[in-house]
Ligand binder design. Structure first.
Ligand code: SF4
Ligand code: SF4
Ligand code: FES
Length: 287
């Protein structure tokens, strides 16, 4: 009986050895990536029902890390629940349609990767709580559009030049640019406790519409006065600057610091600071 064959790898040369080690490392990394994106099983606990009531239903399916929650919902629709209602349009974080609560946090389903979730536990997917439920994951967000109509519209001053054009400081233009990024996903409205928990929809327009008010109020050409409306009709005093709205905004708009606080300052200047009020009356223009 012959002895088992023993093969010995040739001793590495200086250059070739390093190349082999690097190639091995690349192969290992590739293998790790392949393993982490390989199909696995996950359970999604999805709210199903309508305005009359409903509850959470578990769906178990094969997923991979590259998928987003909206992909999983579509897969459930295709394979297990053809009548599952979900609103979406762009699947690119730009239309603001697929807002939901994922593991209790207001988020866009199309921008939430499964790789960032703990799939060892069921992933809950529920409709936004600040608005009436229509069916499954779809809510009625029409209140936001009705409330938006209560804001006084843009009212530009007369043109600065005979050719009908205006002159603006670039810093003033830049200041409102951030507010124009809003995609009207209403996640900030959903997270705001004044609407979500206290249901003050009749007295408070919410962070999304305060962003809109800031965009108009701080526009360098605008001449409208919205300060009294902000205090009374729009209920800005209800905001206690918890900054939850800023944290959930998928567009990264600094809602509280850049929109709400400057608007609150205008209200305070007008109603609670007689000196500031006098200065504004003398200057006769917005800041
Ligand atoms: S900072 Fe104000 S508007 Fe934003 S979530 Fe908190 S209370 Fe609501
Ligand atoms: S401000 Fe941000 S969170 Fe609120 S509606 Fe606009 S994009 Fe959505
Ligand atoms: S589908 Fe458009 S933002 Fe998600």
């Amino acid at each position: 009986m012959s002895a088992p064959e023993t093969r010995t790898a040739p001793a590495p040369t200086a250059g070739g050895g390093m190349a082999a080690v690097e190639a091995g490392a690349r192969a290992a990394a590739k293998s790790d990536r392949a393993t982490s994106s390989a199909a696995k099983t996950a359970t999604f606990r999805v709210w199903r029902g309508d305005a009359a009531g409903g509850g959470l239903v578990d769906f178990t399916l094969q997923v991979s890390d590259g998928m987003v929650v909206l992909d999983a919902i579509h897969q459930i629709q295709a394979e297990q629940a053809n009548d599952l209602a979900v609103r979406w349009n762009c699947k690119a974080g730009k239309c603001g349609s697929c807002s939901a609560e994922i593991n209790g946090m207001p988020r866009l389903m199309c921008m939430t990767r499964l790789g960032e979730l703990d799939l060892s536990q069921p992933v809950t997917v529920e409709p936004m709580r600040a608005f009436p439920r229509i069916r499954d994951l779809v809510t009625d967000v029409s209140w936001n559009f009705a409330a938006k109509k209560s804001l006084k519209p843009f009212k530009p001053r007369a043109p600065d030049a005979p050719d009908g054009t205006w002159r603006m400081d670039q810093r003033d233009v830049d200041r409102v640019q951030e507010f124009r990024k809003c995609i009207e996903c209403f996640l900030c409205q959903d997270v705001c406790h004044v609407l979500r928990d206290h249901h003050k929809h009749d007295e408070f327009v919410g962070p999304r519409l305060l962003v809109q008010a800031a965009m108009l109020e701080m526009h360098p050409l605008d001449t409208e006065d919205r300060v009294d409306d902000l205090r009374r009709a729009h209920g800005i005093g209800y905001c206690n600057i918890t900054k939850c709205c800023t944290k959930v905004c998928p567009e990264g708009i600094t809602i509280t610091d850049n929109a709400i606080i400057p608007l609150k300052e205008r209200v305070v200047d007008r109603h609670f600071d007689p000196l500031a009020k006098l200065v504004q009356l003398v200057r006769g223009r917005k800041r």
